[in-house]
Write a protein that binds this ligand. Structure first.
Ligand SMILES: NC(=O)c1ccc[n+]([C@@H]2O[C@H](COP(=O)([O-])OP(=O)(O)OC[C@H]3O[C@@H](n4cnc5c(N)ncnc54)[C@H](O)[C@@H]3O)[C@@H](O)[C@H]2O)c1
Length: 314
């Protein structure tokens, strides 16, 4: 696969606050782009955990055209302020709690260089909420990845009410330079965009399983054998533009949209009540419980790399 034009970030320091699931994955990607990386996390086992993720991520990253992440460029500093002092970019990946993120930015914005990019991976705590105790809230922007960030291209860039245009543009440029596909989200709505879409589809999935229309295993197959392939090659709007035939989206609106609208009216409802949870847990255990986590996630990575490669070369 193509190599990445990461000359503008090579040798610069990325500080990753929180070395959990998302932070360790960002660390792998930044290292694979030739950056210096400091992970700041009070967990005494963080080094072991991050290095394990580097090892797991290396085959995917090299297949995607990056260099293997070099652990010689990786350091650890539990003190968030000390870690931030030489940052070119800070990618926050700490606990998903408003108080944590608010206090963190108030604490480290002065410790970081004045022109450092301040980015948060948060899935739902907006930059506006996180920045209320900051001296300069214009500096903060959300860079929301999809797990695992070393692999999935999308980053949702979501400025807060006070985020400057320059900071938003700098975030977009930075993510492009490390090989990601940043997309600007113009409004700070709950769940941003990708998770809203995922949640809407998942509601219907849970409804269909609860109704006994399909098992968990069969439902997963319906998605991977149809919509997954379709949506990896063209999003919902392009897909329906093509579903209309040569008449395009206008023909879709005339012939197929009434059926879609009728399905909207009949859409299923779902909750995670105890009965639903038990049903789903039983079926997930039956479908996937016999395969170890590492094997499932390894297969996921191999297949996702193959999809990304095939689509980028088509
Ligand atoms: N897991 C996902 O699929 C996913 C996807 C996109 C975005 N996110 C977002 O990424 C962020 C991190 O999520 P995660 O799933 O990696 O969580 P996680 O629990 O795996 O990691 C959080 C890490 O923060 C560390 N931490 C606790 N206190 C800290 C402190 N004072 N300073 C630095 N680190 C500290 C913890 O030790 C832990 O390693 C959240 O904001 C979440 O919304 C998660």
């Amino acid at each position: 696969m193509a190599s990445h034009n990461n000359e503008s970030v090579k040798g610069k320091r990325a500080v990753v606050i929180g070395g959990g699931v998302i932070g360790s994955s960002w660390a792998a990607l930044f290292l694979a782009n030739g950056m210096q990386v400091t992970v700041s996390d009070p967990d005494p086992d963080v080094e072991t955990k991050v290095k394990a993720v580097l090892k797991d991520a290396t085959p995917s990253l090299t297949e995607l055209g990056y260099n293997a992440p070099d652990a010689a460029n990786l350091s650890f500093e539990a003190d968030n302020s000390k870690a931030s002092s030489s940052a070119y970019v800070i990618q926050e990946c700490g606990p998903e709690r408003e108080d944590f993120k608010k206090d963190l930015w108030a604490k480290i914005e002065g410790a970081a260089p004045k022109d450092a990019l301040l980015l948060s991976s948060s899935s739902g705590i907006t930059a506006t909420k996180q920045s209320t105790s900051m001296h300069d809230p214009g500096r903060l922007v959300i860079g929301h990845p999809v797990n695992p960030p070393y692999l999935i291209p999308l980053v949702e860039v979501v400025p807060g009410e006070k985020t400057t245009k320059a900071q938003t543009e700098a975030a977009m440029t930075f993510y492009k330079s490390v090989g990601k596909t940043p997309v600007l989200v113009h409004k700070e709505l709950q769940g941003f965009v990708a998770n809203r879409l995922q949640s809407a589809l998942f509601k219907e999935c849970v409804y269909l399983v609860v109704q006994g229309v399909m098992t968990v295993a069969d439902l997963d197959q319906v998605v991977t054998e149809s919509l997954g392939i379709r949506w990896a090659t063209g999003g919902p709007f392009l897909s329906f533009h093509l579903s209309g035939g040569p008449g395009g989206f206008a023909a879709f609106l005339q012939h197929l949209a009434p059926g879609v609208e009728s399905n909207w009216k009949n859409a299923g409802d779902a909750t995670f009540d105890d009965k639903t949870k038990k049903l789903l847990l039983d079926q997930v255990a039956r479908a996937y419980g016999h395969t170890p986590y590492d094997q499932l996630s390894g297969t996921r990575d191999t297949k996702e790399v193959a999809v990304i490669g095939a689509v980028s070369e088509a």
